[in-house]
Write a protein of this length. Structure first.
Length: 156
């Protein structure tokens, strides 16, 4: 396995997913690709929501700015760059895509010729979440690639 795709969502536990995926990739001497998918800009504009995984620099933006896909892309790219710095490997590639989470993850996996996909599971009832239609479950059903699932269970 020479290429690991790490799909990071909006949850603050994404740092754990990135660390686990990065460790797996390094153990296999594989290339790392970080991916963040933007589905709907409206999701980010909720007053209760921190736009990018605990990334507080964007919470002061107006709803108009938060509804801008371009602004969200830039914020996501900035976050992934910070994650790359945190992991300490400048060779990590980053991708930000728009669309349905599962479809975008699978499309990027195909584009980059990934050998494994790393994803997190945030549910406290992981098996229940898998059985009722989580993004992880959708990706699992639609791919022939192995998936490394990092259970986060609310841990950061």
């Amino acid at each position: 396995m020479k290429k690991v795709l790490i799909a990071l969502d909006y949850d603050p536990t994404a740092q754990k997913v990135a660390k686990e995926g990065f460790s797996l990739a390094k153990d296999m001497n594989a290339e790392v690709v970080l991916l963040h998918v933007i589905k709907e800009p409206v999701y980010y504009s909720s007053p209760d929501y921190s736009p990018i995984m605990g990334f507080t620099g964007y919470t002061d933006m107006s709803p108009l700015e938060l509804n801008s896909t371009e602004t969200l892309k830039l914020a996501s790219e900035h976050y992934l760059e910070k994650m790359k710095q945190h992991l300490g490997d400048e060779s990590i590639k980053i991708f930000v895509r728009e669309g349905d989470y599962d479809k975008a993850i699978l499309k990027v996996a195909k584009e980059i010729h990934a050998h494994i996909i790393v994803m997190g599971s945030h549910s406290r009832k992981w098996l229940e979440e898998i059985l009722i239609g989580s993004v992880t479950e959708k990706v699992l059903r639609k791919t022939l690639l192995p998936i490394f699932i990092v259970p986060t269970k609310g841990k950061k």
